[in-house]
Design a binder for this molecule. Sequence first.
Ligand code: HPA
Length: 252
Amino acid sequence: MSAMNGIDLAVIGGTGLYRIAELEDVETLQPDTPYGAPSGPVRVGRLDGRRVAFLARHGEGHSVPPHRVNYRANLAALHALGARRVVALNTVGGIGERFGPRVLACPDQLIDYTWGRIATFCEEPGSEVLHVDFGDPYTPSLRRALLAAAAAAGVAVVDGGCYGATQGPRLETRAEIARLRRDGCDLVGMTGMPEAGLARELGLDYACLAIVANWAAGAGPVADEAITFQDVLDNVAAASSGIAPLLRRLVA
Ligand code: HPA
């Protein structure tokens, strides 16, 4: 069976999430797009008989930093393969008290602090100018389905929260996180945008499953604790055991 026979769900993996080990009969595709190549191969396989596509946002060896990800190519490739629903797995820092390390969350809002990224498919001269509605940046029906799947799988996921998308690749200062908190952000990550906006321009259903890897700078109980990449990877590894059961329910 070829990948062109349709995809029930596409999953974009973030930091620490480079494969879905549970995918069966995996076909590896190297798609090209009018926007260039995606971050790496798209692996299409079966999860409980449903066709699921997986793409590692930073490449399978984590070689692409957040500001250099070709977000347009990634989404255009998944769209061209026939995906209509995308679950974005995003590794984040926690700001709000409900969002400590190893928590899974499904945010319902975002604020974009990124800059200098190509944030639209309306970039080329002559392309249609789109002003897509973005009041709800994550597709409400897909969020509901994701939360229902989590409940059915017995996986705890916090419902709601505001994702602040920062430029990176450095982490934030404590003052920056204090500002994000005042702005109403509960989570902070470097890859939430422009991905969500581009998905909306393509008409894809798109929702975020955020994996909290650390307290954002100054947000945790130990105010001056440094954040190490190893802590991030360890917490993502610990929190990700719920992801495959959740995805199985979602595609069922
Ligand atoms: N800030 C921004 N992005 C992140 C963080 C953080 O603290 N942790 C994981 N991704």
